[in-house]
Design a protein around this ligand. Structure first.
Ligand code: SDX
Length: 442
């Protein structure tokens, strides 16, 4: 069997190097051995935006972009969306296995009883401007939670980690709903422990003066499925941030706030909000060809299309399309769906999209469902953050416990000016004591 190595010849020196291949990758540090100008001149790997760089080993999520495969801990996302619940999937992502009956009961019970917030958080939310974007409120309030739970800094204590994980999964919907209620000047609706995770979120969003809010079962299930589909996605931008912040041993609330800030970006989790704005801007099926022409000419991007990894269909988009049918059967047909379907049809037949291998991603249809359920468009990335929280936490914990990991600190290729001096300053001649000079040679 051929050796699992690379042989690299450095044509500058004629020297050959054998580099081991492990799990389809080479260790970038092996390149440091390839020197041409003495010690410290080893090669770096240069990979802006990490197009072809593995930052970690992970057993959590597997994606195959060519074959449209997405699996959480080996289970196809299609099966989990069909047969599981978001809290069961959250348990799976964090613990590596599906819970048994007792574990599931304890997990759901623990999360249900951590949904309340310290009353001072309300004062914090009240301090935001009336039209503050709820994602900005979420980033601020999740970070603030780290000040209410200083025990979260005890990150190498497994019991403390479990408690913070429960708190974050449980409190994200409460923070999200409170942010939404603040924007419309409604009183905060408190959690109802009789309801499911998704049902309780709908309750906190829309309970009015009725004594008990009753979520519509179709909408409750649709939201639970959407949360499952957003739960993790291997080393996406916000997860990379979660791991990087975690690598400095910051507490998980601070890391989650940073990850939510990354997700806020329109190229990432903010795309679902931009898709709705785009569909409303297109306005009618008849204007789709004109819009696609603007994308082809490079004037604009088609939000909700394209993906760094999927160069074929995003499997989540397929599932979301089916969920949309269930929701719209209850809420009534949405003209936006007709525009989205026509946009997809025209784009997929257009050679620009075929050449760039651009397909609908998770954000293309999710916003249509959120809008049909009644969420304001600003809440769409917040819903994404609620779903992604267990994935962020599973990845954070895996990174923390990985013996190969340490504080994330990339190198750079320096392109700035060589040494120079301020006017009137003579270049000092570097005179090191004898001992110091020996050190330089090592
Ligand atoms: C998410 O990473 C994840 O897993 C993310 C995510 C998750 O679950 O965490 O899946 C969630 O973020 C989904 C993506 C949501 N974003 C959008 O829908 C925004 C629109 N899409 C793009 O901006 C883009 O497709 C990205 C950001 C998703 C991916 O960008 P890449 O891989 O860095 O690709 P690129 O920007 O270098 O584009 C490659 C080419 C370019 O053309 P050329 O300059 O080579 O001629 O494709 C073009 C781009 O112009 N292109 C698009 C396009 N996306 C890429 N052209 C028009 N419309 C688009 N949407």
């Amino acid at each position: 069997m051929a050796e699992e190595t690379l042989t690299i010849t450095d044509n500058r020196t004629g020297r050959r190097y054998e580099v081991p291949i492990r799990d389809g990758a080479i260790a970038a540090t092996e390149l440091q051995k390839i020197t041409a100008d003495g010690p410290g001149s080893g090669l770096l790997s240069y990979d802006p935006a990490f197009l072809n760089t593995a930052s970690c080993r992970s057993a959590i999520t597997f994606i195959d972009g060519e074959r449209s495969i997405l699996r959480y801990r080996g289970y196809p996302v299609e099966e989990l969306a069909e047969r599981s619940t978001f809290l069961e999937v959250a348990y799976l992502l964090i613990h590596g296995e599906l819970p048994d009956r007792g574990q599931h009961r304890d997990w759901v019970d623990a999360i249900t009883h951590h949904t309340l917030l310290h009353e001072n958080i309300k004062k914090l939310i009240d301090g935001f401007h009336h039209d503050a974007h709820p994602m900005g409120i979420l980033v601020g309030t999740v970070g603030a939670l780290s000040t209410f739970y200083p025990d979260a800094k005890d990150i190498f204590n497994s019991e403390s980690r479990r408690l913070q994980i429960l708190r974050l999964i449980a409190k994200m919907p409460t923070l999200a709903a409170f942010a939404a209620r603040h924007a419309v000047g409604k009183p905060y609706a408190y959690p109802d422990n009789d309801l499911s995770y998704a049902g309780n979120f709908l309750n906190m969003m829309w309970k009015a003066t009725e004594l008990k809010y009753e979520p519509h079962p179709v909408l409750e299930r649709a939201l639970d499925v959407l949360l499952i589909l957003h739960a993790d996605h291997e080393q996406n931008c916000s997860t990379n941030v979660m791991r990087a912040v975690g690598s400095s041993h910051a507490d998980p609330f601070s890391a989650t706030a940073a990850a939510a800030a990354a997700l806020y970006g329109p190229l990432h989790g903010g795309a679902n909000e931009q898709v709705l704005r785009m569909l409303k801007e297109i306005g009618s099926v008849s204007r789709v060809p004109e819009y696609v022409q603007r994308v082809r000419s490079g004037q604009i991007r088609l939000m909700g299309f394209g993906h760094r990894v999927y160069k074929n269909y995003d499997p989540r988009a397929q599932i979301i399309k089916k969920v949309a049918d269930d929701v719209l059967a209850v809420t009534g047909r949405s003209p936006l769906l007709d525009i989205a379907l026509e946009l997809e049809r025209v784009a997929l037949a257009d050679d620009y999209f075929v050449k760039h291998r651009l397909y609908p991603n998770v954000d293309f249809y999710s916003g249509i469902i959120y809008a049909a359920i009644g969420f304001p468009v600003e809440m769409f990335p917040v819903l994404f953050a609620i779903g992604r929280t267990p994935g962020w936490l599973a990845q954070w914990q895996e990174g923390l416990l990985d013996p190969e990991q340490k504080i994330a600190r990339p190198r750079q290729v320096y392109t700035g000016p060589a040494e120079r001096h301020l006017p009137g300053v003579r270049a000092p001649t570097l005179t090191l004591p004898q001992r110091g000079r020996e050190n330089l040679r090592k």
